[in-house]
Design a protein around this ligand. Structure first.
Ligand code: TRP
Length: 445
């Protein structure tokens, strides 16, 4: 493995990993899930999951990648040989790399939709903006060709960046995309706090009301924490391989989860005031929240058209820096396995993902009646990846680092002080492993 694939300085790893973490999950999914799961109670459970499960599992993934310095699959292999444990652990990497491609296939469809909104402004002087907005959304959902166009465009940009390579492609683009993203998030939060109903938002997000806390809410908060932090499928493990030797895992991971959480909360602070300020709109709108509800809210605000463009550019950027991390593990693996150029590999993987994505597009229209286990194609993929593959991946990472690997090896590689190390192992071994297991079992029953 050549050293040319290491990012220089500490900031690129942080930007790439937080770029992976901050995505549609933060700006689209988090607000609507908060909205439809009762607000603050969901937020509190989510924050607990991020700290008690997300932090230790993410640190474990980084540890494996940084030790192995290869794709997740080969890093795991190297780890098993070094510690003389079963070679089968490499399947964790294969399973994750596949999960990444499955997620990417529908992620790209939604990202493409958001991208299309950058160019679709409301005409001025509408009598009823809310019917315009839902009509536009239904038109979009019912037009496979339009969706395919945006899906293809988004996926091509993703493949291009990953194809160019780790340092010049991914490294360089996150150094441009992420500062722009942070700037837009701040800008939008200030705008919406100034123009919308901030008080209602703050009490909705932060005043604890545990009456809405049900097992289903806890389950979705945990799933959301996994998805939002990009853990459970090796994306962070793949990036760990490119982390500079001297960079400290503990501090860096803390920084990444902090950034991810701040962006999710700011997205809530940016979106809800606008929704609350317009009495005809509901926070419980679900997945359509940003596509149907928000444009209407922007419409009635000063300079709304401008800020609506900024908002959708922001989502597109966030989605792009996440999409590249969904593609990277499989690409890195194929590069090692086949020893051919990345540029060629991403074309083939891209085509596979593109075809799968068409299935998700058809779920909105032509195939809307097609059901597997009572779910359409898109819902089925979403269920299998988010509710099964990611928690299982996370569970096995926690078991591997918390239970299977020799303590001494973990300690040498994670470089925490004695006290933090004890806390880390305790959480990983009992809290993370135990709670993922329980919640997972519950979700299958
Ligand atoms: N975390 C991203 C988001 O919030 C999505 C994502 C990127 C992801 N890479 C991942 C989710 C790996 C799970 C696993 O939108």
């Amino acid at each position: 493995m050549s050293n040319t694939k290491i990012w220089k300085g500490n900031s690129t790893f942080i930007l790439a990993a937080s770029g992976s973490a901050v995505g549609l999950g933060n700006i689209w999914k988090f607000p609507y899930m908060v909205g439809s799961n009762g607000g603050s109670a969901f937020v509190i459970v989510y924050l607990i999951c991020i700290l008690a499960i997300g932090l230790p599992v993410m640190a474990s993934e980084v540890l494996v990648g940084k030790f192995g310095r290869q794709s997740p699959i080969n890093s795991l292999k190297k780890l098993t040989i070094k510690n003389q444990i079963s070679e089968y652990w490499k399947f964790l990497g294969i399973f994750g790399a596949l999960a990444g491609l499955l997620i990417l296939s529908y992620y790209s469809v939604f990202a493409g939709m958001a991208f299309s909104y950058v160019f679709n402004l409301f005409p001025s002087g509408l009598e009823n903006p809310s019917s315009y907005s839902s009509a536009y959304f239904s038109h979009l959902s019912a037009s496979p060709l339009v969706l395919i166009f945006w899906h293809s465009l988004f996926l091509m940009i993703t493949c291009l960046i990953v194809g160019i390579g780790v340092v010049r492609g991914i490294g360089r683009s996150v150094n441009i995309l992420m500062p722009a993203l942070f700037l837009f998030v701040v800008l939008l939060s200030v705008y919406s706090a100034a123009t919308g109903d901030l008080n209602a938002t703050l009490s909705f997000l932060f005043s604890p009301d545990f009456s809405s806390l049900t097992p289903a809410v806890i389950l979705s908060a945990m799933g959301q924490a996994f998805f939002s932090l990009s853990i459970g499928m090796g994306a962070i493990m793949a990036y760990g391989a490119y982390m500079p030797e001297k960079q400290l895992i503990g501090k860096t991971v803390l920084m990444i989860i902090l950034l991810d959480t701040l962006v999710a909360l700011s997205a809530g602070i940016a979106i809800f005031p606008i929704v609350f300020s317009n009495s005809s709109l509901a926070v419980t709108a679900g997945p359509g929240l940003i596509f149907e509800t928000l444009p209407v809210a922007f419409y009635s605000l000063p300079m709304g058209a401008f800020f609506s463009i900024i908002f959708f550019v922001l989502i597109t950027i966030a989605a792009l820096s996440s999409a590249i991390s969904l593609l990277e593990p499989f690409t890195a693996w194929m590069e090692e396995l086949l020893k051919i150029k990345r540029k060629i590999i991403v074309i083939f993987i891209g085509l596979f993902v593109w075809f799968l994505g068409i299935g998700s597009i058809f779920s909105f229209n032509i195939w809307s009646d097609l059901r597997f286990m009572n779910l359409n194609f898109l819902e089925f993929l979403d269920f299998v990846t988010n509710n099964v593959m990611l928690p299982l991946g996370g569970l096995f990472v926690a078991i591997l680092v918390g239970w299977v690997l020799p303590r001494k090896f973990v300690k040498e590689n994670i470089k925490l002080n004695n006290y933090s190390f004890k806390v880390f192992i305790f959480f990983l071994k009992y809290i993370s492993t135990g709670s993922i297991f329980l919640v997972f079992l519950y979700s299958l029953l």
